[in-house]
Design a protein around this ligand. Structure first.
Ligand code: C2E
Ligand code: CA
Ligand code: CA
Ligand code: CA
Length: 279
């Protein structure tokens, strides 16, 4: 029994070391990826509900590893948040997305609004406001066409400092969206305090629409309450016409999902926007 215990301990120690080593390896490769320009921004269309037009896009980062191919953000964003690398990654995505949208303007695409994800680490960093001003200035993108997406947990963390920072961001003319709404613990009334403009209903509440009675109820309630508070509502993860139609009937303002398109590389997104026929 004693031996078994010792072996178990050894096993765990090895497992832990392996996990730690693996994380360290990914971290090192991620640092390298930043320097070697292996990060790329994909874009997913955001569709205006009543006109059916693509009016905006969300910037979503990808890692193109020479050996492993395209790596999804779920694999490296959490690690980037823990290690602080998210600041550099977020800076890259913001710059690249703003530059790209202005480039599309020049190419004659209809002017698109652009949404960029912001992690809690970035909101807490002292340089954020300066960075935002600089990116807007360098790219020439009007602030009114930029939206920053934050999660509920980012709002709840250090709520007092965050509130001040978000007010300053709003002061620049940038819009704020709450990402994955419904998965956290914030109330709609609480959101009002942060001068949020857009509420993104998380895809877990959209998936089983319109059949699931609870989710249907929830979607209706969220949309009504958000509208009463003066917020626009965008539904995420819309994959079927039935989901889109239900959300349209509830007055949802916009949607995003595979029904229109998966996130695409810049060139493909531009082709999609050019060929897109509103339904
Ligand atoms: P998110 O911000 O909630 O982004 C939406 C995710 O849902 C994207 O996954 C998108 O590909 C996926 N999605 C969109 N439509 C559908 C649909 O119809 N069905 C389904 N099943 N999924 C759909 P992606 O691109 O893998 O990104 C995952 C998460 O990684 C993002 O979730 C976001 O939290 C994070 N992320 C991505 N890029 C960035 C970034 O530049 N900065 C930060 N901080 N986080 C990022
Ligand atoms: Ca998002
Ligand atoms: Ca989301
Ligand atoms: Ca998410």
């Amino acid at each position: 029994a004693k031996d078994a215990g010792r072996n178990t301990f050894r096993f765990y120690r090895t497992a832990l070391t392996d996990a730690a080593n693996q994380r360290l390896e990914i971290e090192n490769r991620l640092r390298h990826a930043l320097v070697q320009n292996e990060l790329e921004v994909f874009y997913q269309p955001q569709v205006h509900m009543t006109s059916g037009k693509i009016t905006g896009i969300e910037a979503l980062v990808r890692w193109r590893d020479p050996e492993r191919g395209l790596i999804a953000p779920d694999v490296f964003i959490p690690l980037a948040e823990e290690t602080g690398l998210i600041t550099a990654i977020g800076d890259f995505v913001l710059r690249e997305a703003c530059r790209q949208v202005v480039e599309w303007d020049r190419q004659g695409l209809p002017p698109l609004e652009v949404s960029v994800n912001l992690s809690a680490r970035q909101v807490a960093a002292p340089g954020l406001l300066h960075q935002l001003r600089q990116v807007l200035h360098e790219s020439g993108l009007p602030a009114q066409r930029l939206t920053l997406e934050l999660t509920e947990s980012t709002l709840m963390e250090q709520a007092d400092t965050t509130r001040g920072t978000l007010q300053q961001i709003k002061g620049l003319g940038i819009a704020l969206a709450i990402d994955d709404f419904g998965t956290g613990y914030s109330s709609l009334a609480y959101l009002k305090e942060f001068a949020i403009d857009i509420l993104k209903i998380d895809q877990t509440f959209v998936r089983d629409l319109p059949e699931d009675r609870n989710d249907a109820e929830l979607a209706m309630t969220i949309i009504d309450m958000a509208h009463n508070l003066g917020l626009d509502v965008l539904a995420e993860g819309v994959e079927t016409q039935a989901q889109r139609a239900f959300l349209a009937a509830q007055g949802c303002d916009a949607w995003q999902g595979y029904l229109c398109s998966r996130p695409l590389p810049a060139a493909s997104l531009a082709r999609l926007v050019n060929d897109h026929e509103p339904e």
